[in-house]
Design a protein around this ligand. Sequence first.
Ligand SMILES: C[S@@+](CC[C@H](N)C(=O)[O-])C[C@H]1O[C@@H](n2cnc3c(N)ncnc32)[C@H](O)[C@@H]1O
Length: 260
Amino acid sequence: MTSLDALVRSDEYPRAAKYDPQWMVDNCMGPNPLWLLEDLSRDCTFRPGMKVLDLGCGLGMTSIFLAREYGVEVWASELWIPAEENAARFEQAGVGDQVHAVRAEAHDLPFASEQFDAILSVDSYHYFGTDDLYLGYISEFLKTGGRLSIAVPSLHRELRELGGAPAHLRSGAGWEVLSFHTPEWWRFQWEQTGLVQVIASRAQPGGWLDWKLWCEVCAEHSPNEPVRQNSRATIPMLDTDRGELLTFALVTGQKDGSVR
Ligand SMILES: C[S@@+](CC[C@H](N)C(=O)[O-])C[C@H]1O[C@@H](n2cnc3c(N)ncnc32)[C@H](O)[C@@H]1O
């Protein structure tokens, strides 16, 4: 039995360690987004008052974290979860005046050109952002000099190089594993557009261990049966892989206004 206290990791993730572990588990939709965001925030600076788009925010944990930790104003944009549900969560967390819940598809965003100082996306961007043309669309909403930062499940080698997805990845992640890429793949994709300068594109060295610990805790402590099942199903994939291929990529680009 893995206890909830295993999620309080003050050395590695001091900011996330301040949040109630059961609250984190209750709002789980995938790997722990607060750990990913805390690591990602080394590459993107948040200052009070900045306008930040949280793209694919799920149940809004990252939006609450951004508002509380950095004093930024957040547009919490999300497809699967109704905006009213997220708005109620933001009120309850005491950040209702700082975080705006929006329901939108990632290709049809109701925002103005250059509205945001930063755009962030944790465990969501791979659902839509592997499209070669997507960076051109999303960067329109970013001010020149602003940063786009994403955390996504990732691989140490491209599946093409391996001749296809190994069985453990297929059984653990299904065909959607095709959306997992190396940090080098992301760097190339973004750099080639000339739309952003890539500040960092790095693999989390212990990403698979974080993922496994999180799944173990969610498998036991989530109140949501599909989340418990999904967590249980992910653990064998991580155990077989042992970090050989699987990790998370943290990618940050800064908008270069000279390219149109
Ligand atoms: C695994 S959940 C992660 C949610 C949250 N970021 C987290 O880490 O807890 C993936 C998210 O991607 C969003 N998403 C997937 N496809 C999308 C699309 N086409 N447009 C906008 N959001 C999308 C979903 O709404 C969902 O919340």
